[in-house]
Design a protein around this ligand. Sequence first.
Ligand code: PMP
Length: 424
Amino acid sequence: MQGATAAAGAAANTSQGLDVAKLRADFPILLRTINGHPLVYFDSAASSQKPTHVIQTLTDYYERHHANVHRGMHTLAAEATDMYEAVRRKAARFIGGVDPSTVIFTRNATEAINLVAYSWGEQNISAGDEILISVMEHHANIVPWVRLCEKTGATLKTIPLDENYGLDLSDIDTLINKNTKLVALTRMSNALGTINNLAPIFKKAHAVGAVTLVDAAQSAPHMPTDVQELDCDFLALSGHKALGPTGAGILYGKAELLDNMPPFLGGGEMIELVTFEKVTYNHVPHKFEAGTPAIADVVGFGAALDYLMELGMENIREHEKEITAYALDKLSQFEWLKIYGPADVDKRGAAVSFTVEGAHPHDIAQYLDSYGFAVRAGHHCAQPLMKALGVTATTRASFYIYNTLSEVDSMCEALAEARDFFKV
Ligand code: PMP
């Protein structure tokens, strides 16, 4: 396959807002070759690559500033604490300008959702209550609720898919009822790319007194986030999908909810007074950050937020709409390829799932890898969704700020070749 090497190397500037050719130089990993071909990284929905700014921030933190946070009386401890707490303020700005004390650092979106399930859930959910999620949720927004239902006797309800890979809201007034205590939904599906319009659903949830949670793991790295506009009570995201290091994510929660919730984990940092008989707790957010946090990763996440905010989340969204529209157009010309996800780029993000007639999604991913393309294949941690789609797996190409139209061209060439290779 000729095209991949030449075209993937030439990073076209694909959109007005982002200088893609320039920003690609910030990502050292893009210089790698894989199986003799330039890396084309189409797996950012699983985890994004990291710009030099983030990598250097990590190094600088460890080389010059590291100490444990909050409890030290020395200069380094104060510096590390300042750096760590500065990221809390940055993250608060990134999600729409909230009070920084409502931002809790977690390892990732999974831990953020589990925190709500264990802490808020065990205090507020009991037999007869209902929790509403959707068929397109990632396991991170399914398993904690299944477990909570098992423990409490509550019931898990699901919003089905409509024919355009969106949420079918025809029964929403039955699904949200006086028993509904929590509505937890993804803003962007990792497997379909669908962007859900959550505010009207949350309005109904609030009308019956239910609490709302947004899984923003996929949306937050790719489009503006404003928790006030979303009208959510909780929001979870992972830094590693948004140019940050692994090990740092956030949970946002409304102050009155967080204040009333019991701690999730117990240990150092989260206490006020400890005796063998009784423990009193630190105030929010520290009540939820037991033990030594991932200080360096949080500091690195702050550098990633700076980088994203400098590019502008609107510009990022526009770039991804352009590349996704281009990919959907090209892929839909293959009559042997089926796309799972909305056709309208206004209703979707940049994760494009597909199957190729006559070839297993894993074989397609491996074939692409032999030409340097990193794509994902499998159930994408969304087994109930796969069941609803009637497939066991798909191949997924997901785009981010550093991807170009010419990379999409090369993948399409490689896919056509793969189709010929696997055709019986
Ligand atoms: N929700 C969605 C929609 C996701 O795509 C992911 C990651 N694939 C998660 C939650 C969980 O993220 P993490 O593994 O970083 O906790």
